[in-house]
Design a protein around this ligand. Structure first.
Ligand code: SF4
Length: 413
């Protein structure tokens, strides 16, 4: 049974801020952007949105590090500022995962946001029926006190939707069959459920209420909705936007690489994609030059971000005049474990680790170039574009000026 095509009407701003992925929240976020003059530049770099970006970073870090998903605790959504932070932190985090162009990262983030929603819904009897009517075609709430049944559908009034909480939920068999294969546990297998007249009753258990079961089912549909939307938006990410978000993308990738040792998009970076600073340090170490501490730390943190094997990273230092297998292995392991973010161009220049001068390298000459991860992203995208048929290639990314800079953060962003 498909997700309802027409979700129930919803106007409560607190609900939108709590569940910013709701389809009903999209217009609200656009209106807020207009009301507070928040355009893409402000969202990416402006001081007004700094708190939203901080909260987004927490959302993203939780996505990777927490089994429970994104932490429930956010700003005070009963204030306009708190709602702004919640809404735009979700929006910014989605931009980052879309810019990563990594479907596994998108799936993981969607899973974490959906897990957060589940935790909230278990406690939120007010909005549980609203979300049920948004994501499940057939969901019926039967009051334990009266035995009467209420269908949670888009035609219900908000008063109907927000009735009491002593509920036992039933859902249609089609919805149950579609959702449950993705959930582990015997209670979700068809032979073990109470099935009657095409409805599955979600009975209360001692430590698992009917509402909590419904929230668990909703988590699957919410995850699918968030993921599908992000995948659609991934196709709309411009080169400029990808480059501007290269640093937060790199941070999340670093976390992912260390957490699960998974190969994520940047892992595909070939040696020829590496920036001149990284190549210079490797060449100097190979030739026995005593690279300074800052350069060594940068190299190890880049290797970690690119998810290169630790042994390969240790190998970079093998030619160093003071090389010790044990010491280097220990230090490299420390960098990999502690998820250091590679330094930016400014610090590399100050510490004499940037080899390029104006005119040496077209990508490094770009006004937006302030981080070596941006160099890799630009190089990778340019390669991808040039590997397509010639007529589809219009501009080299290093020269691309058309951008979303002046665009308000529309839903397409
Ligand atoms: S400009 Fe930045 S990316 Fe380019 S070589 Fe220098 S430090 Fe590396």
């Amino acid at each position: 049974m498909p997700v309802p095509t027409v979700p129930p009407v919803l106007t409560d701003e607190v609900t939108f801020a709590r569940y910013p992925f709701l389809p009903q929240a999209a217009q609200w976020i656009r209106d807020m952007a207009q009301r507070h003059s928040i355009d893409l530049n402000e969202l990416l770099d402006g001081p007004w949105m700094e708190k939203a970006r901080q909260r987004a970073r927490i959302r993203l870090i939780d996505s990777v590090q927490s089994k429970e998903g994104v932490q429930v605790v956010g700003g005070d959504i009963h204030t306009e500022e708190g709602r702004l932070i919640e809404a735009f932190s979700f929006y910014y985090a989605r931009l980052v995962v879309c810019a990563s162009e990594d479907e596994r990262l998108i799936a993981r983030w969607a899973q974490a946001e959906a897990a957060r929603a589940e935790q909230l819904l278990i406690q939120d009897e007010v909005n549980l029926p609203v979300l049920a009517a948004t994501y499940i075609s057939e969901a019926v709430r039967a009051s334990q006190a009266t035995g009467s049944a209420v269908l949670a559908s888009s035609s219900m009034s908000m008063r109907q939707l927000r009735q009491g909480n002593s509920s036992i939920w039933k859902i249609g068999l089609s919805d149950f069959i579609e959702i449950c294969p993705k959930i582990t546990g015997d209670r979700w297998r068809l032979p073990n459920v109470d099935l009657k007249d095409g409805w599955v009753t979600l009975h209360n258990e001692r430590q698992y209420t009917s509402s909590a079961k419904l929230a668990r089912l909703l988590r699957e549909r919410i995850k699918r909705g968030i993921e599908q939307e992000a995948l659609e938006k991934m196709a709309e990410v411009t080169t400029d936007l990808a480059v501007r978000l290269a640093e937060p993308v790199g941070i999340v990738r670093n976390l992912m690489a260390n957490k699960a040792s998974e190969a994520i998009a940047l892992v595909g970076a070939e040696e020829s994609d590496w920036p001149p600073c990284m190549q210079k340090i490797i060449a100097e170490l190979t030739n026995g030059v005593n690279v300074n501490h800052f350069g060594r730390l940068f190299l190890a943190s880049m290797a970690a971000t690119l998810a290169l094997p630790q042994e390969a990273c240790v190998g970079f230092f093998r030619g160093a005049p003071d090389f010790s297998e044990a010491t280097t292995s220990y230090q490299v392991e420390h960098v990999y474990q502690h998820e250091y973010t590679p330094a930016g161009c400014g610090k590399l220049k100050i510490n004499h680790n940037c080899p390029v001068l104006p005119g040496d390298n077209r990508t490094c000459d770009q006004p937006w170039m302030d981080h070596p991860l941006k160099y890799i992203r630009a190089t990778q995208r340019w390669k991808r574009l040039t590997s397509k048929p010639a007529e589809s290639v219009q501009k080299e990314p290093a020269q691309t000026e058309e951008s979303a800079e002046d665009k308000p953060p529309s839903d397409a962003d």
